[in-house]
Design a protein around this ligand. Structure first.
Ligand code: SF4
Ligand code: SF4
Length: 147
């Protein structure tokens, strides 16, 4: 019995399919329904606050931010505390303007040592600033890549 088990183990080591993978070097295949980091389209957002009122974890605040990187004009937009986000997608479902969408990003910009670094401003949600911020995150974190 012992010999049989050893033979089975050796066979699997050399000839069986791998049962584990190297993460993050080998990316996970994500389902179509996967909900990752949100993305904001500032041109669609009307600052209504429905997303903030919907969030079950109180992770969204409506804050003033510039309407785009080239303008000093400001309007109200959501900011999301990703450290408190459940990625439930309710804010996206309830947005009357389809201004929020879910992306497949769950590593880049989301792995941070400090909670304050997970406070995603409207500029960050709109990807007007580099959410990877490699210099701040350090080498160990910056090698994590988006899917
Ligand atoms: S993202 Fe949608 S729900 Fe949230 S403030 Fe903008 S328009 Fe309103
Ligand atoms: S995905 Fe859910 S928990 Fe996260 S900000 Fe939206 S409503 Fe809140």
């Amino acid at each position: 019995m012992v010999i049989k088990n050893i033979i089975t183990a050796v066979k699997n080591i050399y000839f069986g399919p791998p049962v584990t993978r190297m993460c993050p070097e080998v990316p996970t295949k994500l389902s179509d329904r996967f909900r990752g980091l949100q993305k904001l389209d500032k041109t669609k957002c009307i600052g209504c606050g429905i997303c903030a009122n919907t969030c079950p974890n109180n992770a969204i605040k409506i804050v003033r931010a510039r309407i785009n990187p080239q303008s000093d004009k400001q309007r109200w937009f959501p900011a999301i505390d990703i450290g408190h986000c459940l990625f439930c997608g309710l804010c996206i479902d309830q947005c009357p303007k389809d201004a929020l969408e879910s992306t497949k990003v769950y590593l880049t910009g989301v792995i941070r040592w400090n909670h304050e670094d997970l406070l995603f401003t409207p500029d960050m949600l709109a990807r007007e600033v580099d959410i990877n911020a490699e210099e701040e995150a350090g080498e160990e974190v910056s090698r994590w890549t988006p899917q």
